[in-house]
Design a protein around this ligand. Sequence first.
Ligand SMILES: N[C@@H](CCC(=O)N[C@@H](CS)C(=O)NCC(=O)O)C(=O)O
Length: 220
Amino acid sequence: MIKLYTRYRNSAGQRVRTTLNLKDIPYDYIAVDDMRTETYRRKNPQGLLPAIEIDGTIIGQSTAIVEWIEEAYPTPSIFPADPMERLAARSFSQFIACEIHPIHNHRVRNYLTSREQWSESKSMAWYTHWITEGLLTLEEILKRRSPETTFCFGDEPSIADIYLVPVVGNARWFGIPIGRFRRILNIVRSCEKVEAFRKAMPDAQPDYLGREYGHKEIIS
Ligand SMILES: N[C@@H](CCC(=O)N[C@@H](CS)C(=O)NCC(=O)O)C(=O)O
């Protein structure tokens, strides 16, 4: 059985959880409360979540894991059938994984507040800036596509939706205004109707603390 090291608020892990669910692959959920401990680093030297354990080997990085899942369990595919659409879906998800997520990651914000003595409001302004700019770009990409589809790249969910939902969840979690991203919100609403997406949400995880989703986390 596959083991997934993650935690409820682990947005990169949510990508993997959704992929596993869409393909109906069972897995053991290993809740990691603190990924910075020696115990966890002994398992995953990158010290990040998620990581997957396959036959005793533990590997990190959500995109590598999602690609492995697609290769090991090709159906249903999380990529559009058309090669150009596949390219576009990959580009969309990579924009989230490489351009949006790393800048506002916990350890980056933690460095700014603890080492650079940034105030909570200054670090929130940083977070809000990068996530809003990222969502503006994604909305523009979606707006240029016609006709409008149920999901990012067609009427079936793809890797693009798998990456989009957690980043919107992060924005909501921190109370960042997202009402103007009409296309994005329509797609997220479509995803929320799909059980595989719902089961991967933070508030559906076994280690969810019971706080209402949308609670504003205090950055320490
Ligand atoms: N590129 C990595 C990012 C993983 C990552 O940064 N995960 C966050 C949680 S969403 C984490 O472990 N952060 C720990 C930290 O920032 O100290 C991936 O896609 O798996």
